[in-house]
Design a protein around this ligand. Sequence first.
Ligand code: PLP
Length: 331
Amino acid sequence: MKDLLDLPREQLARTPTPVHEAVRLRAALGADCPRILLKRDDLTDLAVGGNKARKLEFILGDARARGITALVTTGGPQSNHARMTAAAAALCNMRCVLVLSGPGPRADVGNLMLDRILGAEVRLLPAEAGAAGEEDEVTRAVLGLEQTGEVAHVVPLGGSNALGTLGYAAATRELLQQLEGGPAPTRLYHASGSRGTQAGLELGARLFGAPWRVHGVAVSGGEPEKRRSAHRLIHDAAALLGTTVEAAEEDLLTHQDHYGEGYAIPTAAGSEAIALLARTEGVFLDPVYTGKAMAGLIAHIRAGEIGAEETVVFLHTGGVPGLFAMGARPA
Ligand SMILES: *Cc1c(COP(=O)(O)O)cnc(C)c1O
């Protein structure tokens, strides 16, 4: 098996990110609340931080080795992935075209504003453009870049390909090192979207012997296709390292009760979670991803599903710029 460090990698994230115990959050959730550790990947530092920095390290390492000079990627108008891809491209002297469509505020605020500051070329499609419209625009962008002599590379939605998946395998090793000597967490909760993060966490847990079960909290629908693609990502990423792991589709746990009406549509429980973490710990979550994930963890704690003697890691995957575009409407 190859080591993760043997693969081409561009240093984009400032790591290790902090881990700290949410003592006041635990107190607020009552006597039966488990110990909660926050793994602060909102502080990966690349352009306000977030989970995509770790994925992009491997994606950009590979792109550079292949002589790529321009990146094209897709996402919603408030995509964190688009913002961080724009930043990664800037750091690597690459051009960047963002094809943005789907739900989310289109005003020049939040991530969309940051995309423009980062120098990306933004192509904002109308809400009704659909998947076909997005695909056409990506093709046009690639052709346009190639006509001006660029070598273009399309980064998949959310950076969720096999290379990107390695980011959270590496993060698992980092977290295990940080937790050495302390109580072993039984669960790791995180916001799960395109599933690259979850696939990486599942792969890392197997490669490095993590004691916890990964609990993805879905931020949008799409089962069972997404479960299938997570499964595929685990095995494809393992293959990049020249190894195999045991992971069946049924082993992947992604809770489906917390995304509400759909992607990027805030929920009341998410807004409550955002306010609670802000008021107890001074840490902001976001309305699209981490607020919903924390709402899932809080629901499980309140339902008595997690023992007070357990230790839980909550992986904060970032997304805070979305708060400036969408708000959280706390009670
Ligand atoms: C993209 C993103 C996620 C989800 O990661 P996936 O790998 O797409 O599942 C979670 N949180 C934030 C803040 C994100 O931007």
